[in-house]
Write a protein that binds this ligand. Structure first.
Ligand SMILES: CC(C)(COP(=O)(O)OP(=O)(O)OC[C@H]1O[C@@H](n2cnc3c(N)ncnc32)[C@H](O)[C@@H]1OP(=O)(O)O)[C@@H](O)C(=O)NCCC(=O)NCCS
Length: 169
């Protein structure tokens, strides 16, 4: 089946919330610890627009939403505005088929046309798939923050990966 990559809509929110809650409950990929209701997740969706730096693209296959890639403010202080934080999640069972690469590459391609100078991915270690994806798309290691997150009763390191956006000075 054809993979469709398109901007997110309000209609996608229940499926996206289900996917996110899987990672909240089961993994350290995210440091959220409490699952969200769809209503609570609206604030997250409201942070995106069809143009500009802060985007959310979803991947859809056979009518089902199977993941998203998104960009967010790295830091609210004004001088950081050309730096975005980026993120990508696929539904469990959809990983390892090249979908994450297509989705994330499409997001990064869209950001290249905006005033974005650096993109930053933060990865809780270990996460080999995410590290491989970031490296494959031009992110380079930019430091490890040891034991900055506590989840499931222990502390976890976070690796930072940074991409210089093509075409940006
Ligand atoms: C991380 C994630 C988005 C990657 O997407 P994916 O579709 O599984 O990855 P792809 O199949 O597109 O592979 C991308 C690259 O990573 C490599 N890769 C994928 N899975 C891997 C694994 N488990 N170990 C090592 N390398 C892996 C691929 O070989 C590929 O490299 P290449 O293009 O140079 O050959 C996906 O696995 C996922 O959603 N994981 C759970 C959520 C998550 O961790 N999100 C990231 C938060 S930082």
């Amino acid at each position: 089946m054809v993979l469709v990559i398109r901007p997110v809509t309000q209609m996608d929110l229940p499926e996206l919330t289900d996917i996110y809650n899987h990672y909240v409950r089961e993994t350290t990929v995210t440091f959220d610890v409490q699952p969200f209701t769809v209503e609570q997740r609206k604030t997250w969706l409201d942070g995106f627009a069809a143009t500009g730096r802060y985007r959310c693209l979803v991947a859809q296959k056979s009518g089902a939403v199977i993941g998203w890639a998104s960009s967010h403010p790295y830091n609210e202080r004004a001088a950081y505005e050309a730096t975005v934080s980026t993120s990508v999640y696929l539904a469990p069972g959809m990983t390892g088929q090249g979908i994450g690469r297509q989705l994330y590459a499409t997001l990064l391609g869209a950001l290249e046309k905006e005033d974005v100078h650096r993109a930053i991915g933060r990865i809780t270690a270990p996460n080999e798939a995410s590290v491989a994806l970031h490296r494959a798309l031009g992110f380079a290691p930019a430091g490890l923050y040891p034991q900055v997150g506590r989840k499931f009763g222990r502390f976890w390191d976070v690796a930072t990966y940074l991409k210089a956006m093509p075409g940006s000075p």
